[in-house]
Ligand binder design. Structure first.
Ligand code: CA
Length: 540
């Protein structure tokens, strides 16, 4: 197959030149100019399959070297393409991350700062730009932006957070429910059917977005016992005491506090009373909401699925009676149960990624289709004793990023540049040869995928989590900067405070170095860089 022309990379020059950024941006400009070329004679524009999971931690993908969970199909994307070692989100929570993906802009500019806001789909998005450039565009699966998708020729999206069983999809033709189906399988069925029925005279861009492995991690009834690992290793910081980190200490996301109902899937009668806060501490109706959510989730299984479900869970949940009065044993039991269920949803997700990769490969679409695998953010799998996300700490700020494009990207490539989810939109537009608007804030990663320039993409990334007063998990608003080695975070709240970490010596971010004399210079430099980043991104 003929290689597509190298077009679009020069569009990186749109990045504004602020402060110390100017020298680096000029370097990027020079690198980019090497790749400049008219796209008008491009023989074949690439198709794009953008796979986004929900809450999929890097540690739960075997391509990243973790042994926690094997993901052979997701790993194929990296083996046959590129793996990004340092990919981060700008705001570690669901809806905001999805708005960043679509717009290439930080939350303060795209208008979605937390899960409660409605996305204004009339603003410029990369799917609409590709549609206007002649792409057949679609979004299948999780959407979670409260407004109907715009800029897509076809859309079938889960309602709100979506359901694991008998899922309902909102479509231009109304709501459709698939009784008895499992969400991860069904999203793939619809995605493959949409690809089969596409207008083959056009390139396609599909957002194929999964619900898995989102809370409350309901495995597929067919293979509940397949994912059993008897003993998941406890992270070294599972019993973290949060010394020097008051915002982390007050957060409500300990595995020890998970709900017996919603999270552990215990049925009424299997426990005396719901004891977990489940992230709802201080929310009046939170516990009742969780119990009723679990009742309605379970009601979505067919009677046959319930038989298999009950046979498995009544056996594993029986152990609760033997450890319920020992807090440490209860906490570790919840951890094992959580990891099992998370693992089981990832296993089905990985299997379905394999299905869609096989579809591409078997239909002559392998060479010229860009396949991206990422998550809307990372997740805690017991680090600090936590589940959930939100914090600027590594497990939730990091997100997986794998990209396969055989026609243009060398297999086995590893990219260590600091990349962020603002880069997705400009990168995909650049690959498609579509102009990147000046006000998009990300950078195209295209030169780093094709030519491996020696220039540095960026020396730091900016992060901001907004929080909701009285909301779930009680994570304070915070913002900060991460370089390759250090991280500086400012936490708002009554006792406003700063945290500073040396990621080279303290990978678990447990030693807050802020205010220590020996780090005074590092601290001063990071403060200065953070001020420049805030100005650069217009978030002052
Ligand atoms: Ca998420």
């Amino acid at each position: 197959m003929k290689k597509p022309r190298k077009c679009g990379a020069a569009l990186q020059v749109r990045a504004t030149h602020y402060g110390s950024y100017s020298v680096r941006m000029i370097l990027i400009l020079l690198v980019s100019l090497l790749f400049t070329g008219s796209c008008s004679d491009s023989p074949q524009r690439p198709n794009i399959l953008f796979i986004m999971a929900d809450d999929h931690a890097v540690r739960a993908i075997s391509a990243y070297g973790g042994s926690l969970i094997e993901t052979p199909n997701i790993d194929r994307i990296a083996a046959e393409g590129a793996l990004f070692r340092n990919a981060f989100v700008t705001n570690s929570i669901c809806s905001p991350s999805r708005a960043v993906l679509l717009t290439g802009k930080f939350s303060h500019l795209n208008g979605v700062t937390d899960n409660g806001q409605v996305f204004d789909g009339s603003q410029p998005t990369f799917p609409r730009m590709l549609q206007e450039a002649g792409y057949e565009t679609s979004v299948i699966g999780k959407w979670h932006l409260k407004s109907d998708p715009l800029g897509f020729g076809e859309w079938q999206v889960l309602i709100g957070q979506g359901e694991y069983y008998s899922p309902r999809f909102s479509t231009p033709r109304g709501v459709v429910q698939y009784d008895g189906d499992y969400v991860t399988d069904k999203i793939t069925d619809i995605a493959i059917e949409t690809l089969q029925n596409r207008d083959k005279s056009k390139p396609f861009m599909m957002l194929y977005h999964h619900k898995a492995p989102h809370r409350n991690w309901m495995p597929r009834a067919d293979d509940l016992d397949l994912a059993i690992v008897e003993d998941y290793p406890l992270p070294a910081d599972f019993a973290d005491t949060f010394a020097g980190r008051p915002a982390a200490k007050e957060a409500d996301m300990l595995i020890a506090d998970m709900f017996l109902s919603f999270d552990m899937k215990m049925q009424p009668g299997e426990y005396e009373s719901e004891t977990g806060t489940g992230g709802a501490r201080g929310i009046d109706a939170g516990r009742e909401q969780a119990i009723s959510a679990w009742v309605s989730d379970y009601a979505r299984l067919t009677s046959d699925q319930k038989l298999r479900w009950d046979a498995f869970y009544s056996a594993v949940n029986a152990k609760y009676q033997t450890i319920k009065d020992n807090p440490e044993a209860l906490s570790e039991w919840k951890y094992q149960r959580y990891l099992h269920d998370y693992h089981a949803t990832v296993k089905v997700l990985d299997e379905n990624v394999g299905r869609i990769l096989d579809y591409l490969d078997e239909n002559g679409l392998r060479e010229n289709t860009i396949v991206v695998y990422t998550s809307d953010q990372g997740f805690y799998l017991g680090e600090h004793g936590w589940y959930d996300k939100r914090f600027m700490y590594e497990p939730s700020m990091r997100t997986p990023l794998l990209l396969r494009y055989p026609a243009s990207v060398k297999d086995g490539l590893e990219v260590t540049e600091l990349v962020q989810n603002i880069d997705f939109a400009p990168t995909l537009l650049s690959f498609a040869g579509v102009s990147v608007p000046d006000d998009m804030q990300g950078l195209s990663l295209l030169p780093w995928l094709r030519e491996r320039p020696t220039a540095v993409l960026r020396d730091s990334v900016y992060y901001r989590y907004y929080g909701t007063e009285g909301g779930w998990h009680r994570v304070r608003p915070h913002s900060g900067i991460r370089t390759k080695r250090y991280k500086l975070i400012s936490f708002a709240g009554e006792s406003e405070h700063w945290e500073l970490y040396d990621l080279q010596t303290d990978t678990r971010e447990q030693k807050n170095l802020y205010g220590l004399a020996e780090f005074a210079k590092v601290q001063e430099d990071l403060h200065a860089k953070l001020a420049i980043l805030k100005q650069h991104y217009g978030d002052e």
